[in-house]
Design a protein around this ligand. Structure first.
Ligand code: 4AD
Ligand code: MG
Length: 467
């Protein structure tokens, strides 16, 4: 076959220079046969749209077409022509077809309309489906939106370590990292494992958050953000939890709670608007196939002001709801950690818009949050979203060395390991604040997908590390 340089289908479908010889490469989605012609729908992942290849049977012998089956990989030379029946402006009249990779009938994606559960079992192939193509293209676009937002605001992308010796959230949900021989562990007289001879000379884990090191960056560079993988060994088998997820954590010197909430709101709206502006084809597909309210919901979030209210107010509203007969699975009382059903009640039923809840009881939040005068609450801000519940967790940080060390003591956090963190409060301490956005929770929102396992290519969850 003559060598013609390849055109991506996304570019080809925009062209109008009909009559030109072109080459496309991609995978067969469907093949439809009639007496004189075959129609092949070819997709190369560059867009949700397929290009139609028209194969004139008079010009090809049947034997050579036998290998053009669903899933096969083709290189096609042909003439770009205007299309009437394909739903696109352009299609290709085939002149030469080379089968780059055959695909037999054991290919799991033969017919359309597989369940999400089944597609998770073939996660190595699901990027070839319409839905996952759309989701993973949008995942890329959201990552670009995030970098664009912070870059344009003068934040610096700061790389925090993945292997760490500290537990930022203090929840003890860490995956250990070791090169020790697990069959022959050295222990002291109390039966505790000795880590002196481990790779790092101490006990280490995969990070649950880059925040603590992010604060070191912010108290030098002024404003930073991290964007990287995060690991939590929480045994939560829910549609919103992953053991390995990606988090974006901006950290900003001299920022107070109002400014923090302004930033959280502006940031999410920017990302959602980016999706509306840059992912039109994929969004329209997801709106049609996955969630008919999707685009309306996205537009609404961009257009409405988020509701801001203290946790105590939120609890009062939830208690009223219970009195009024609303049934929650988990009890509501001042001091409880809100479950996603509570968060969604506030957002979807009561306020009908995103909510930023503030001033949580200190007992249910991490040690680093700035303590309020009342001695009971801290300046934490959770952003709650329709369908999702908590999408962002953030706070103003406690900048007082005395208050911070007192809290660390109360919680029995090993002080010795925190010396470098405490130095920020010892040397030129400054007011500062930051937040963490769960990247996959944002993706759940912008794609309309309902299970977090379906917005990351290869999900890691309890008892599942396939692929
Ligand atoms: O609320 P979290 O635990 O906050 C922190 O980690 C802070 N250090 C952030 C900061 O202030 N810099 O987590 C932040 C966000 C949550 O709101 C949620 O969106 C997401 O991370 N998240 C998860 N996403 C998927 N799977 C999990 N297991 C998650 N845990 C948290
Ligand atoms: Mg949280």
């Amino acid at each position: 076959m003559e060598k013609i340089s390849r055109t991506k289908i996304v570019d080809l479908l925009k062209r109008e220079d009909f009559g030109t010889m072109v080459n496309v490469k991609g995978w067969v989605r469907t093949r439809r046969d009639s007496k004189q012609v075959n129609f092949i729908a070819l997709n190369d992942g560059s867009t949700i749209n397929n290009v139609q290849i028209v194969v004139d049977l008079a010009a090809f012998d049947e034997a050579s077409l036998k290998e053009i089956t669903t899933g096969a990989c083709l290189s096609v030379n042909g003439v770009l022509v205007a299309s009437v029946g394909s739903g696109q402006k352009a299609e290709i009249q085939a002149r030469g077809i080379e089968v780059l990779g055959t695909c037999d009938s054991t290919y799991p994606l033969q017919k359309k309309g597989h369940s999400m559960e089944f597609l998770r079992e073939v996660a190595h192939l699901r990027p070839r489906t319409n839905t996952f193509g759309a989701v993973f293209r949008m995942r890329h676009h959201m990552a670009i939106a995030i970098h664009s937002f912070f870059h344009q605001k003068g934040f610096f992308y700061f790389h925090t370590p993945i292997i760490t010796a500290s537990d930022c959230e203090g929840a003890g949900e860490m995956f250990q990292v070791t090169t020790k021989n697990l069959y022959n562990l050295k222990k002291d007289e109390n039966g505790s494992i000795i880590y002196d001879d481990d790779f790092f000379g101490k006990q280490t884990s995969l990070t649950v958050s880059g925040q603590l090191e992010g604060e070191l960056g912010a108290t030098g560079l002024g404003a930073i953000y991290t964007f990287g993988p995060t690991f939590r060994a929480e045994n939560s088998n829910t549609p919103r939890h992953l053991a390995e997820f990606w988090m974006i954590e901006p950290e900003i010197a001299f920022m107070d709670m109002t400014e923090l909430m302004d930033l959280e709101e502006e940031f999410i709206k920017y990302c959602v608007k980016w999706a509306l502006d840059n992912c039109k084809d994929d969004l329209e597909f997801l709106n049609k196939m996955v969630d008919k309210e999707l685009i309306t919901r996205l537009q609404k979030v961009v257009d409405t002001e988020f509701m801001r209210l203290p946790y105590t107010e939120g609890i009062r509203i939830l208690e009223e709801a219970v009195k009024g007969g609303h049934k929650f699975e988990y009890p509501v009382y001042w001091g409880c950690d809100l479950a996603s059903e509570h968060e969604r009640y506030l957002v979807e039923v009561h306020f009908k818009r995103p909510v930023i809840l503030t001033d949580y009881p200190k007992e249910i939040k991490a040690f680093y949050m700035k303590q309020n005068e009342d001695g009971r609450t801290v300046q934490g801000t959770d952003v709650l979203f329709p369908q999702i519940g908590e999408i962002i967790g953030g706070s103003v940080r406690e900048e007082s060395y005395e208050k911070l060390t007192k809290r660390i003591d109360e919680l029995n956090i090993p002080m010795k390991d925190m010396w470098w963190y405490l130095d920020t409060r010892r040397y030129g301490s400054c007011p500062h604040a930051g937040f963490g956005l769960g990247f996959e929770r944002l993706l759940l929102f912008v794609t309309g997908m309902t299970n977090i396992r379906d917005v990351i290519p290869f999900p890691r969850t309890p008892r599942n590390a396939e692929f």
